[in-house]
Design a binder for this molecule. Sequence first.
Ligand code: F6P
Length: 323
Amino acid sequence: MKRIAILTSGGDAPGMNAAVRAATRAALAQGWQIHGVRNGYAGLIADNMELLRARNVGGIIQRGGTVLGSARCPEFLEAEGRARALHNLARRKINALIVIGGNGSQTGSSLLAATGFPVIGLASTIDNDVFGTDVSIGVDTAVNVTLEAIDRLRTTGASHQRAFLVETMGRRCGHIALFAGIAGGAEVIAIPEREVRPQEVAERLGAAYERGKTHAIVVVAEGARHGAQAMMRYFAKHRDKIGFELRVTTLGHVVRGGIPSAFDRVLATRLGAAAIDWLARDAAGMLLGMRGSDIVATPLEEVAGNTRSIDIALLDMARVLAQ
Ligand code: F6P
């Protein structure tokens, strides 16, 4: 019988709970024990964990956030923090760990795996910047939350002949802005992967106004070189170039909250169950993600320090279609 632990780490992402539920029930089906660690790596260091049973993970598949709690834990990147975590795992006779999280969290799992401890990482972050997967748990919901905001702003924008600048999350990755911008028919999409200067945005809005558009949407990723605030400062001084009256909406953590989409629940469920399949074969040291519709594994050491890049051609396509 195996005794394993599971934690969620870094920024929470809708679908994390579905992954916890799937891994827990798949582990129980193998006759294993599974411990839920509270608040990510911080709980591993503080020895804050409890045994999970099937009923503990009932009624959570539809809940956003993470019932286990999450945290960013710089101590785990230090050898001393990891040593304490390993000590706690050994004392409880836990012989494998599942880490549900994004880049920072998987750097932590890679460091732990390098000590020989069996770890399986599950790609989960709204940013979609994890290397080794097309998509991470939480991305689809975050794109849809942003899209819903765009659709709502378009309604009021059209009524008032206004342009709206919407800033969404994504850290240094433009995926959410790009996908929500395409799906929402945005006039301009500003992402970190390609600089768009405020002057160019003003020109494009002005041209849209001249073409007779009644409203316009600019989606700005939080990591864009010129963020929403910088753009607004520029627009305040060059109001005449834009034509439209302008408003700004910063979505912030709203993007991360809420009910996971069906896509995220299924992805998380498949990844959670796959983690147990891997451990049942005594295989570990891998990040599990999805390519096409297949669950794929990438060595954690390859994942750490690498990031997934976006398809920049989609940005050019969106620009042509914004005419
Ligand atoms: O990584 C997920 C994310 O939501 C990023 O998009 C964002 O930059 C960051 O986390 C915000 O972090 P925090 O919740 O610690 O403020």
